[in-house]
Design a protein around this ligand. Structure first.
Ligand code: HEC
Length: 139
C-alpha cells in the first residue's frame, strides 16, 4: 500500500512539473499577442496630454516633425518617420502595439529606435495620449 502511494505522489509531482512547463512555453509564445492587448493604464487627462507633449518635444519631434505629421527636420538621411496623427499605422494601431513600438523600437532596421533606456513607461503612455489627442478619434 505504502509503495502505491509513493508511486501516486510521483505521478502527481510529474504532472505538476508538466503543467508549469506548458504554462511557461505558452507565456513566451503569447508575448506579441499580449502586447496588442495591453491597455493604456494612464487616463488621457489634460495633465497626461501636456506631459506627453513635453516628452514628444524632447524625444520624438526632430524625427516625426513639430506637428507629428512625419519627416521631421532632423530625421536621419534615408529614413521616413511616419505621420503619427493620421489614421494609418503600419506597425499596429492599438495602444499596446504603439507602446511596444516606442519601447522596443521597430525592426529589422530600427530606424525607429527603442526608447526604453531613455523614457519611463508612463511617459510612453503620456505620448500616446498626446498623439491620440491630435489624431483622428480611434479606439
Ligand atoms: C531617429 C528618428 C526617430 C525618433 C527620435 C523617433 N522615431 Fe518613431 N519612427 C522613426 C522611423 C524612421 C519610423 C518608421 C520605422 C519603420 O517603418 O521601419 C518610426 C515609426 C514610429 C511608429 C510606428 C508608426 C506606424 O505607422 O505604425 C511610432 C508609433 C513611432 N515611431 C513613435 C515615436 C515616438 C512616440 C517617438 C518619441 C518617443 C519616436 N517615434 C521617436 C524614427 C524616429
Amino acid at each position: 500500500m505504502a509503495r502505491i502511494q509513493g508511486a501516486q505522489a510521483g505521478i502527481v509531482g510529474l504532472a505538476a512539473a508538466w503543467v508549469v512547463a506548458i504554462t511557461v512555453a505558452a507565456n513566451a509564445r503569447a508575448s506579441d499577442a499580449e502586447a496588442a492587448k495591453l491597455k493604456n493604464p494612464i487616463k488621457a487627462t489634460p495633465e497626461s496630454i501636456a506631459a506627453g507633449q513635453t516628452v514628444y518635444g524632447k524625444y520624438c519631434k526632430f524625427c516625426h516633425g513639430d506637428d507629428a505629421k512625419g519627416d521631421g527636420p532632423l530625421a536621419p538621411k534615408g529614413t521616413h518617420p511616419p505621420n503619427l496623427v493620421d489614421a494609418m499605422w503600419d506597425h499596429g494601431s492599438s495602444n499596446g502595439e504603439i507602446f511596444m513600438n516606442i519601447k522596443e523600437g521597430i525592426g529589422p532596421k530600427y530606424d525607429m529606435k527603442a526608447m526604453k533606456a531613455k523614457m519611463m513607461d508612463a511617459d510612453m503612455w503620456n505620448v500616446i495620449n498626446y498623439l491620440r489627442s491630435l489624431g483622428p478619434k480611434t479606439k
